[in-house]
Ligand binder design. Sequence first.
Ligand code: GLU
Length: 440
Amino acid sequence: MSETRVRFAPSPTGKVHIGNIRAAIYNWLFARHTGGKFLLRVEDTDLERSTPEAIAVLIECMKWLGLDWDEEVFYQTKNVKRHMECVEQLLASGRAYKMEKTSRDGKTGVVTMFRMPKEGVIEFDDIVKGHMAKKAEDIQDFAIVRSDGSPIFHIANVVDDIDQRVTHIIRGDDHVENTFKHIEIFRALGAPVPRYAHLSMIVNQQGKPYSKRDGAAFVGEFREEGYLPEALFNYLLLLGWNPGDEREVLARDEMVGLFELSKVHVTAAKFDLKKLQWMNGEYIKKIPAAEFVSEVKACAAGIASPVPGHDDAWWSYLASQLQPRTKFMKDIPQMVRCFVADDYPFDEKAVEKRLGKPGVKELLLDIAERFSKAAEWKAPALEAVVKELSQGNGMGPWVHPIRVAVSGRGEGIGLFEMLELLGRETTLSRIRRAAETMCQ
Ligand code: GLU
């Protein structure tokens, strides 16, 4: 059998929609799984939208996600001569004809039309959707060359697929109607018809096509929001496919090994932001500890200069506490701030709720006094102090105000680990400062 050749054929607009990139992911996995070729074709015939910048955005997105392609990038605009040769062939064989058309602005011009058969059924076995059929008579003749002489999508797309020797076309199911037309063009040009796999749309919670009104919809936005490429890749793969068991977080080579186009779901995939966020956290947990420490140090350097001196063990401890709680890499600076600077911001709501009540001032001054006598400044020893005070009634009344006092926030890493990292002097002065200046 000849080698499998698939392509991703986007029309660059400067933004890459997640639905499109998911098609790229499926094409890529199919090619890698079958040992075939994954080609990149830039359908850049819309000169106003397909600017060099828009093409650069597309390439950057592909690289960011690790979607490496084989062979040279194929630019549709460079193949116009071949498109027109094929149009000539269709005109010569009678499958195309010229027709005068008046456009909406009243101008008359000559377009080239493709002639559809007037009887019979056009059918194909879609790898995802199954058998598809449509009466030829239900599809009208359609234009393939504009009056200005430029080839239209249908002819350009098919001729490029012929020239790139594409064996499988994996694309969104918004193209199903086009496929009936395209099959006729392949046949009219005497070319083999590729296999098709039409992917269902990504939809929002209401079941409507997922669009920018529903939130981030373009790859660049997810990148800016701090998603890791591996997490976005893994999540988009699961939107319409799974390995047939409970596994969700998959390494790239596992994905390649397991991916089956025939197992892609027929029903539309609901975009679930919560699940993507969870996935991102899972990938953050996988970052090697040393790398995460460097990230934390880099964030610290961006906050404080000079960064307070600490030994490696201290940085590793801090990073190990932060890593499992980090949902987005961009959140690290705000999580790190109170550990390296005294001017951390106070969350107003947390202050009101935890420091504003009567009695908190006394409670904080009392605990500072007790902590100051702790023999050892370690999390378990500090926890023991509070535990004893609470007499089994829960440590909440102490834990929450102390946390807000020393970090300004209502959440974060475990309180006693936080205090250990801050050290005795800083902890005590912060608790006392909050008691004097922020409590009743
Ligand atoms: N440029 C078209 C699109 O982005 C190509 C579709 C295809 O054949 O894959 O929708």
